[in-house]
Design a protein around this ligand. Structure first.
Ligand code: 13P
Length: 258
């Protein structure tokens, strides 16, 4: 593997009230050995209302775990009821933000164009986008999944230059593997992650594409993390269900250290 630092990010999705989030953050912090952060980047991505309380727990404990959001709106400020801006996230020290998670694309109709606008706004505001891509089961069965996923990457990164792209993370999450317990095999995940890197290389050249991190997500847990992370183009994990239990999440972090 090139010298990419691994990233393990826990997507809490729509789980945990503030008191619950504080308890989970505290459990993660208590089980987090200081030297983990010398070798791996770790982040949690709680719901908006939990961001500040979770950041406060980690800052109080002086533990090197980043916090990120699950969504953002691209406009700077104004009459956009219900939305949250990049500046608001930056102010509470969010380091990362998901864009284009398949649940947002499927349930909330988020388009490739919106994903691109969000990624650009985040970059402009100094937050690292984690751009999510992935095919549905019918797409996989139809056989055109590599074309589909690489087209998502191309659209998400349209108009983003090399220097900015380097700061971005891509997460490959096959929709059929999310929350289903049906993980992609390491070979299936590697095939798509390597196609994503080839697409990035086409857009930005080899040096940039080799520096960018590509995560796998979809029923990743402490039992399968080792084999997935052993793949040359998988640089970490985007963890859903297993990130809601401190012990499981920490075990996945430990797998990334090996
Ligand atoms: P699960 O790990 O629960 O399958 O969720 C994956 C995911 O969507 C992370 O963003």
């Amino acid at each position: 593997m090139a010298s990419r630092r691994r990233l393990i990010a826990g997507n809490w999705k729509m789980n945990n009230t503030v008191p619950e989030a504080v308890v989970l953050a505290q459990e993660i912090s208590n089980n987090f050995e200081r030297d983990y952060s010398h070798r791996v980047d770790v982040a949690v991505l709680p719901p908006y209302v939990d961001l500040k309380p979770v950041t406060t727990v980690f800052e109080f404990d002086r533990v090197d775990i980043a916090v990120g959001a699950q969504n953002v709106y691209w406009q700077q400020a104004g009459a956009y009821t219900g939305e949250i801006s990049v500046a608001m996230l930056k102010d509470i020290r969010c380091e990362f933000c998901l864009v284009g998670h398949s649940e947002r694309r499927e349930l909330f109709g988020e388009t490739n164009e919106e994903v691109n606008l969000k990624a650009k706004a985040l970059i402009a505001g100094g937050i690292k986008p984690i751009v999510c891509v992935g095919e549905s089961l019918s797409m996989r069965d139809g056989g055109a999944y590599l074309d589909y996923v690489t087209a998502q990457v191309k659209a998400a990164f349209a108009g983003i230059d090399e220097a900015a792209a380097k700061e971005c993370v891509v997460a490959y999450e096959p929709v059929w593997a999310i929350g289903t317990g049906r993980t992609a095999t390491p070979e299936q995940a590697e095939e798509v992650c390597s196609a994503i890197r080839a697409q990035l290389s086409q857009m930005y050249g080899e040096e940039v594409s080799e520096a960018m991190r590509i995560l796998y997500g979809g029923s990743m847990n402490e039992g399968n993390a080792d084999l997935l992370l052993a793949m040359p183009n998988i640089d970490g994990g985007l963890i859903g269900g297993a990130s809601l239990k401190a012990k499981s999440f920490i075990e996945i972090v430990k797998a990334a250290l090996r």
